[in-house]
Write a protein that binds this ligand. Structure first.
Ligand SMILES: [Zn+2]
Length: 175
């Protein structure tokens, strides 16, 4: 697995204006929380120095989901800057994986120890209807979409699941 940066949550603050002071190094991050997480603001992992705001609040438009567990902090789906450095990255269990042509896409080659258990649970949830990794994750307490995506792709290789094409990429059903 190619790990490029560590995500470090430096603080939880109640206003976005208070975030900047904590963002000193690439991968430094602050959670803006006002009765629930509103923003993850991080210093761009590419090192360009930009502050990257990631919306976590569905009421404020397209939103990412934040997962916090003893294994670390994850954000789903990937974050893609469409300006300046145009970095594209995945935040998975406190690791920031840069993806795209410059970096390769080998972020999930590692097999987790507890994966066989998750594999069984995913199989139970798969149906003959396409479901996104997020939908599948919502039915398995304690799971995160990145793990689900990884397990589903493994099930495809084993011939037990099918992945949709084009707009249904990242959606899976029982084969
Ligand atoms: Zn950058």
């Amino acid at each position: 697995m190619m790990t490029d940066r560590t995500l470090t949550i430096r603080a939880r603050v109640n206003s976005r204006a208070n975030a900047s002071a904590y963002l000193k190094r690439p991968g430094d991050a602050v959670i803006v929380d006002r009765q629930g997480p509103r923003w993850l603001v991080l210093s761009c992992p590419c090192g360009c120095g930009s502050e990257v705001p990631v919306n976590l609040d569905r009421r404020a438009g397209p939103a990412w989901r934040l997962y916090e567990s003893p294994k670390g902090t994850s954000v789903y789906p990937s974050v893609w800057r469409d300006t300046d450095c145009e970095s594209h990255f995945i935040i998975w269990r406190d690791n920031i994986h840069m993806i795209g042509a410059r970096y390769g896409e080998s972020w999930a080659d590692e097999v987790e120890e507890d994966e066989d258990d998750l594999l069984q649970r995913v199989l139970e949830v798969l149906s003959d209807r396409d479901q996104s990794a997020e939908e599948i994750s919502d039915q398995i307490p304690g799971s995160e979409p990145w793990d689900i995506l990884h397990v589903c792709r493994r099930l495809c290789l084993l011939g037990k699941a099918l992945e949709g094409r084009q707009h249904a990429r990242g959606h899976f059903r029982r084969s």
